[in-house]
Design a protein around this ligand. Structure first.
Ligand SMILES: *[C@@H]1O[C@H](CO)[C@@H](O)[C@H](O)[C@H]1NC(C)=O
Ligand SMILES: *[C@@H]1O[C@H](CO)[C@@H](O)[C@H](O)[C@H]1NC(C)=O
Ligand SMILES: *[C@@H]1O[C@H](CO)[C@@H](O)[C@H](O)[C@H]1NC(C)=O
Length: 244
């Protein structure tokens, strides 16, 4: 307890103060005007909601998902809402060749890229592991590996624009329908979540949590990990690491 009083609480205080003051820059919808944005998993749920929010702010959009028919509707609604431009490219993120070529095509359509919003997940339902390793592999490929492939493909364009990568993990809408009856939590409202994600991205916040509870941000923010990371990083020659 003495240890906690002496060290942990002040550190926590500093962390919270930093968190509070660094988040004080104001978000303006104009920040997204004319920005070139990719949204994956955009045929429904929070991905669709983000596309509409970005459209209202006047961004250029390229959306993707598997269903061409749904994407067509999303794109035409984006144009109605005021998107600077809106296109879709349909395909599955199980296919890494598609993932890579998708980014190149999207970049060509918009003439560059400012923001890559990674939001898709595979459609597996929540079940206990029962030796179905192909499902695990598909989850890893779609939910993880394709994120790496998409990011790597986008990096040259993002470096040029000083752009950003946004990774979404949600308990909103579609994600919650997939685990209906197993996970007893209310789905987060997707429009509000979508807006919070876009705000956080525009302000270049490291992490954004949509939740009313301060504990969520604190626990997920994991101050212990951040402190350890900054201590450990002192042992690395970061310049050399980057040049390698
Ligand atoms: C993967 O995507 C590429 C590019 O879109 C396509 O040419 C290829 O046929 C796809 N592969 C499979 C197995 O669908
Ligand atoms: C997910 O999509 C695959 C490929 O389209 C399909 O074969 C499978 O039945 C779907 N699984 C679920 C749980 O919806
Ligand atoms: C790129 O963004 C970073 C982080 O916001 C900022 O510090 C830097 O000045 C920007 N660089 C340019 C060239 O705009």
């Amino acid at each position: 307890m003495a240890f906690m009083k002496k060290y942990l609480l002040p550190i926590l205080g500093v962390f919270l103060a930093y968190h509070y003051y660094s988040a004080n820059e104001e978000f303006r919808p104009e920040m997204l005007q004319g920005k070139k944005v990719i949204v994956t998993g955009a045929s429904k749920g929070i991905g669709e909601a983000m596309a509409y929010q970005l459209a209202k702010m006047g961004a250029h959009l390229v959306v993707t998902a598997r269903s061409k028919e749904t994407l067509k509707k999303v794109v035409s609604h984006c144009l109605e809402l005021g998107a600077a431009s809106a296109h879709y490219i349909a395909g599955t993120m199980e296919n890494m060749t598609f993932a890579e070529q998708f980014v190149a095509k999207a970049g060509k359509l918009m003439g560059g890229l400012d923001m890559l919003i990674l939001n898709h997940i595979t459609n597996t339902s929540l079940t206990l592991f029962s030796d179905d390793i192909h499902l695990v592999r598909r989850s890893m490929e779609v939910n993880f590996l394709s994120y790496v492939v998409l990011s790597a493909a986008a990096l040259p364009m993002l470096k040029q624009s000083n752009g950003s990568i946004v990774v979404v993990s949600s308990k909103a809408d579609t994600a919650m329908k997939a685990v209906d009856g197993i996970l007893n939590m209310d789905a987060s409202p997707k429009e509000e979540c979508a807006l919070e994600i876009i705000k956080g991205a525009a302000l270049r916040q490291d992490e954004v949590y949509y939740d009313n509870s301060i504990w969520t941000a604190l626990l997920l923010g994991n101050p212990g990990r951040k402190i350890l990371e900054s201590i450990t990083l002192r042992y690395y020659n970061v310049d050399k690491l980057i040049k390698n």
